[in-house]
Write a protein that binds this ligand. Structure first.
Ligand SMILES: C[S@@+](CC[C@H](N)C(=O)[O-])C[C@H]1O[C@@H](n2cnc3c(N)ncnc32)[C@H](O)[C@@H]1O
Length: 425
């Protein structure tokens, strides 16, 4: 066990709790596996799922469950059909706290691989506009594939620095999730060897980066809008102190909300420090030893009045990989921009709807309200119309759900994503 890690947490936790924490943080075996039912493609608590997975409900998310199964989740039919998302239990609290409503404009700033984007889309019933941003281009494909696999129509994917949103979309978003890159102490159980490399230098590097990301996110938030700031780490530097930094920087514009622990089913439970949780608390830390989960931190900040963008003076050190990627982004940023997406005419829309209805025995497919059909190369996509109303200049990499492909011989075929979404796979 890394002595510096132990010493650091001795400053936060008492004797008994510290021992339990240190044991749990290294013990992957005792962490309970969890999933979330993807209500975009499947009804909650579908009996079939209950039969296969032996489910135990999570306190803080009505569509989340601990499960036991002899079959790896990735090999099940439920997974292949996009009915279940394998998601660490504690992290399922983040989207729940975002207070998502239909028709909102939502930014998920650090989105890949998309566990929380898919959760947000499910809460919005696919009827909000979500920009899923992932700065690391190598993580983009995983995000895109997940959003398609789980039937998220209402999204665009970008790979931009958070600064882009602060500069170009100041005071715009109803909701922003900042699920920040962090040291990941709450996930050490997956790779206990990482614990040996824990040090304050890395913690501080992450904290500086998180302050920068959270500040830029806050600037893009609409007055009255809410940010959830979350990490899967447990130290104070990357959590409480990052939030304090923002509240001081934007004193008078930012308010830390009280989280309704009762609503989350957590009031009265003991937290990792051995304290009893109150009905309302400003920050939530789920300690690994409490419910045999990974560790997680989350809080909710409201913007009380408009802000201007703070001058750029942060010197965030990028890794050499991030520098290469930034250069790549500048050169390729606009290659997949709006010019290549063509909105279909009324006539084309009817023809796409007809073709999909030929595949469906029962017919009746109609482009949902607030959505448009767009053609790119040989594929037709269903997309949220908010993109065309408000985000035409956003350099996106992917938009919406592919529903129909035109083959070289002229034949057209509904995509697997479309069939899954229409539930007839
Ligand atoms: C904790 S992960 C996100 C997990 C994701 N929200 C989910 O639930 O599936 C943090 C993400 O932040 C991205 N990231 C790294 N540096 C960043 C930066 N400077 N600005 C924004 N995002 C960054 C990482 O590439 C990583 O994908």
């Amino acid at each position: 066990m890394n002595d510096k890690f132990k010493e650091y947490f001795r400053g936060i936790l008492g004797g008994q709790e510290l021992e339990e924490f240190l044991r749990q943080v290294q013990d992957g075996e005792s962490v309970k596996k969890a999933l979330r039912i993807n209500t975009l493609l499947c009804k909650p608590k579908q009996k079939l799922i209950a039969d296969v997975f032996d489910l135990e409900p999570l306190l803080w998310n009505s569509t989340g469950y601990f499960y036991k199964s002899k079959i790896a989740i990735g090999n099940t039919d439920h997974y292949k059909r996009g009915h279940v998302y394998s998601q660490e239990a504690s992290s399922q609290v983040a989207a729940e706290l975002l207070d998502v409503k239909e028709k909102q404009v939502i930014l998920d700033l650090c989105a890949s691989p998309g566990s929380k984007t898919t959760h947000i889309a499910a809460l919005a019933k696919n009827n909000a506009f979500i920009i899923a941003n992932e700065i690391d281009s190598t993580r983009y494909l995983k995000l895109r594939n997940n959003l398609r696999h789980y039937g998220v129509i209402c999204h665009a994917i970008s790979s931009l620095d958070p600064m882009h949103f602060a500069q170009n979309y100041t005071n715009i978003f109803d909701r922003i999730l900042v699920d920040a890159p962090c040291t990941g102490e709450g996930m050490y159980f997956k790779f206990p060897a990482v614990l040996n490399h824990w040090n304050m230098k890395t913690v501080k590097f992450n904290a500086r980066r998180q302050k920068n990301i959270l500040t830029r996110a806050f600037e893009a938030l609409k007055p009255g809008g809410k940010i959830v700031y979350s990490t899967c780490t447990l130290n104070l530097e990357e959590n409480e102190k990052v939030v304090d930094y923002l509240l001081k920087k934007y004193l008078g514009n930012a308010k830390l909300e009280n989280i309704d622990m009762k609503h989350l089913g957590l009031s009265g439970t003991k937290d990792g420090t051995g304290e009893k949780r109150k009905a309302k608390e400003p920050m939530l830390k789920l300690w690994p030893q409490e419910f045999q989960t990974g560790g997680f931190f989350a809080c909710v900040i409201t913007k009380t009045s408009a802000t201007e963008m703070a001058p750029v003076k942060e010197k965030v050190k990028l890794t050499s990989r991030q520098k290469r990627q930034a250069a790549h982004r500048v050169s390729t940023k606009f290659t997949e921009a709006k010019a290549s997406w063509k909105i279909c005419s009324r006539k084309e829309v009817l023809s796409v709807e007809n073709m999909i209805n030929q595949v469906l025995e029962f017919g009746g497919f109609k482009t949902p309200e607030n959505f448009v059909i767009v053609k790119k190369d040989n594929t037709y996509f269903l997309q949220h119309s908010a993109f065309y109303r408000r985000f035409q200049d956003l350099p996106v990499r992917s938009l919406g759900l592919p529903i129909l492909v035109k083959h070289e011989n002229g034949s057209k075929k509904a995509t697997p994503e479309c069939l899954r979404w229409l539930n007839i796979e």
